[in-house]
Design a protein around this ligand. Structure first.
Ligand SMILES: Cc1cc2nc3c(=O)[nH]c(=O)nc-3n(C[C@H](O)[C@H](O)[C@H](O)COP(=O)(O)O)c2cc1C
Length: 526
């Protein structure tokens, strides 16, 4: 393997020299204005005198020399860089500030260049075959050389380079985002939000079972790097970006989300009894405020049905199960508590391969409000959950509209119990939230439901900061709410979040957002 890692760059250097010799030979004849001897069966004169043999006044042969020389220089730099990486480091230092990718290496420039050379050769061979109808021997040698260069660098890419060049990945993600925002999203937004949600769940579920579709999804969307892998609470996360609770509420997307690039995934919120959801319409959009209006009220097929579905499935990324009490009225507080405990017990005794639990105490769209957001009731709930001695870490999904003091009170309670993490946080129900544009505030006042997206960003950030300052590393902190870009994610991480989650950003910006966030996080380390 190590030999191959050395051999492939050496082959690149060798073929670049062959390319220089071939293109240099034609260039020399070109400069003397004579046609090189071509041999029988070829007609170099017709090809080299054709309009396709020049780009403006510049002969293609000269461009060929320049191309192979650049490949030679980059291949040599890459070969010399294999051990130390110092050349790549120096390149990173001299890159201009506007350059979008900070973690580039020499190879990131080399592979796209060989791709370009290969595509251009295909075009030229096509011109000779179908337009000119004659062949130039030296042009065919060049086409063979550039194709071989592309083949070698692609083998290197797949074997040794995390399967993608950073520049090509960046361009792919940007293209996906552009297509999503300008083609898919305008069509989606013509239809009812919940209908589109169901379409996406069905399509995701369907393609999650097709190997080639998963592979293609991964090529177009996911960004992988060994540097992104991290452990929290004994769980290994391939990256920090998770799908927040509520999108995959019945566990339909387990097989496709790893290909989209998610590092973890929350299913639910699951409730013990099935609930068909609040009265429709219960999902809306405020595009100008970059928010979704949610009034689903914990729609769920119920714990047993979710377990039956998940027990059959492999889970490729850490999966959390979000649990809350069924959205119904309970005769006593004990009944409500028992409803939650039963869901935990059913999952504990199941064969589902989940790695975490989320305890959702903050759904604002439910029958009895948010009973567990007072220190006393939260303490009672957590004492009961402690007794279950859960086999997986427990993260609490926190509300975000409460004051700093109230948040600290709740955290002090969580601190005394078997709680490993806190998630900030859930939807905002504050109709005076200044991040909601005035026209949307007016409309919201007449509607039922609470907001996700940008209106949750600042509040979530404030709670993350408080938690980190007050409790240091006591909790794994998950930053959720209003992440629409890699920079938004970095803001939460810098304030103290260990992991992050998204929903609304993915809907407004596109599913490539996950890859973009991961690339930004990876770049921020360099
Ligand atoms: C359609 C929808 C349904 C949601 N349902 C749940 C839920 O069942 N449980 C939960 O804990 N949070 C739920 N949430 C809240 C999200 O998990 C997340 O905390 C919130 O949307 C903020 O993140 P975002 O701005 O990235 O969307 C839901 C959000 C949306 C948009």
């Amino acid at each position: 393997m190590k030999n191959m890692k050395l051999l492939l760059p050496l082959l690149l250097i060798s073929f670049a020299i062959i390319g220089i010799s071939d293109a240099g030979y034609i260039s020399w004849y070109e400069s003397q204005q004579i046609i090189p001897p071509c041999g029988t069966g070829f007609d170099c004169g017709t090809v080299l005198n054709s309009p396709w043999a020049h780009v403006g006044p510049i002969p293609l042969a000269y461009i060929g020399v320049f191309f192979y020389l650049t490949v030679l220089v980059l291949s040599t730099m890459h070969f010399l860089d294999l051990e130390s990486g110092q050349i790549s480091n120096s390149i990173r230092k001299i890159l201009p500030k506007w350059f979008p990718i900070k973690s580039v290496t020499v190879f990131d420039f080399l592979w796209p260049l060989t791709l370009l050379g290969f595509l251009f050769s295909l075009y030229l061979v096509g011109i000779m075959a179908f337009v000119i109808g004659e062949w130039c021997k030296f042009c065919l040698v060049s086409a063979g050389t550039s194709s071989t260069l592309f083949l070698i660098s692609t083998i290197y890419l797949l074997k040794f380079y995390g399967k993608s060049s950073a520049i090509v990945k960046w361009l792919t993600l940007k293209t996906m985002g552009f297509c999503y925002r300008n083609i898919a999203k305008p069509i989606f937004f013509l239809f009812d939000a919940e209908t589109i949600h169901h379409v996406i769940l069905n399509v995701g579920n369907f393609i999650g079972n097709i190997g080639i579709a998963k592979f293609k999804t991964s090529v177009f969307f996911s960004y992988k790097s060994p540097a992104l892998v991290q452990q929290f609470d004994g769980v290994t996360f391939p990256n920090k970006v998770g799908l927040s609770a509520g999108f995959d509420y019945n566990g339909d997307l387990t097989q496709i989300l790893p290909s989209v690039g998610f590092g973890w995934h929350t299913i639910g919120t699951v409730t013990l009894q099935p609930y068909e959801g609040n009265k429709k319409p219960r999902l809306g959009r405020f595009p100008n405020s970059k928010a979704l209006l949610v009034n689903k009220g914990l729609k769920s097929i119920g714990t047993k049905a979710v377990i039956a579905k998940l027990e059959k499935l492999p889970l490729y990324i850490p999966t959390a199960i979000s649990i809350a009490s069924t959205n119904t009225s309970f005769d006593t507080k004990e009944d409500q508590l028992f409803d939650i405990l039963q869901s935990f017990l059913l999952f504990e005794n199941s064969d589902v391969r989940h790695k975490l639990y989320e305890l959702n105490i903050s759904c604002p769209n439910t029958f009895g409000g948010e009973p567990y957001t007072t220190p006393k009731r939260l303490g009672q709930l957590l004492s009961a959950v402690d007794k279950l001695k859960l086999s997986r870490p427990l993260y609490i999904k926190m509300p975000i509209d409460q004051s700093k003091k109230e948040t600290i009170e709740l955290l002090k309670v969580a601190d005394k119990h078997n709680v490993q993490g806190v998630i900030f946080g859930n939807l905002t129900k504050d109709k005076t939230n200044p991040a909601v544009l005035p026209e949307d505030q007016k409309a919201w006042k007449k509607l039922k439901g609470n907001l996700s997206g940008k209106p949750t960003f600042d509040r979530s950030n404030a709670h993350i900061k408080t938690t980190k300052e007050m409790f240091k590393n006591r909790f794994t902190i998950v930053g959720t709410g209003g992440i629409f870009s890699g920079e938004d994610a970095l803001t939460k991480l810098k304030l103290g979040a260990d992991l992050i989650q998204v929903i609304s950003g993915m809907i407004f910006q596109g599913p490539q957002l996950i890859g973009e966030i991961n690339q930004t996080i990876n770049d921020s380390r360099s």
